[in-house]
Design a protein around this ligand. Structure first.
Ligand code: ADP
Length: 178
């Protein structure tokens, strides 16, 4: 499902964040040490190869809400933006940390003149953030950031489950209706 928001194409798909060859940058739902681990980080490091973790080690640790950018190595992209989402129930206020993740990732992408970027549903896996609450933060942050976007032309949200896909599609429909 797609939608144009102030000249930016917003796309919502089901898939694997480590297999998105049509975008320049993918976002990693990282851990503080920027280490491989499970979920999104596991998939990204596995596909990128060990050189990614080598570069990551020089940038770690990062704090909740923070984002850093690296090369993408064997991934079919140019960059990986790693951000640490909040652990739900621990890093409070969670919504502010989660908003920072998306805002900081967009700012890093803008700084590199990246035109296309894909995000997973940060914090909604091991970190326990309910996706129905996270999706509100994601789109509110995006709407609040639109005026700062000059270079990004496409933002893709890559969801892992049918249920999460539907939550994103429902939210996107609401925005498109206005
Ligand atoms: P966090 O630690 O930030 O919660 P996770 O990687 O555990 O990050 O999960 C974040 C979200 O990404 C969850 O909704 C999970 O189902 C989903 N996910 C897991 N693996 C992938 C993948 N390869 N591609 C896209 N999304 C994924």
């Amino acid at each position: 499902m797609g939608f144009i928001l102030q000249n930016i194409e917003i796309e919502v798909v089901k898939g694997d964040i480590a297999d998105q060859p049509d975008v320049e940058a993918v976002v990693n739902a990282a851990n503080a040490e920027l280490a491989p681990g499970g979920g999104v980080a596991g998939a990204i490091h596995k596909a990128a190869g060990p050189a990614l973790y080598k570069e990551c080690r020089s940038l770690a640790p990062i704090k909740p809400g923070q984002a850093v950018i690296t090369k993408a190595y064997k991934l079919p992209n140019n960059y990986v933006i790693h951000c640490l989402g909040p652990v739900y129930g621990k890093d409070q206020p969670e919504s502010e940390f989660l908003a920072s993740c998306y805002r900081n990732s967009i700012q890093l992408a803008e700084g590199k003149k990246i035109a296309t970027i894909a995000f997973p549903a940060i914090s909604t896996g091991i970190f326990g953030y309910p996706t129905d609450l996270a999706v509100e933060v994601v789109f509110n942050t995006l709407l609040a950031t639109l005026s700062e976007i000059e270079n990004i032309k496409k933002i893709k949200f890559v969801l892992f489950s049918e249920e999460d896909l539907q939550l994103y599609q429902t939210k996107l429909k609401k925005i498109s209706i206005g």
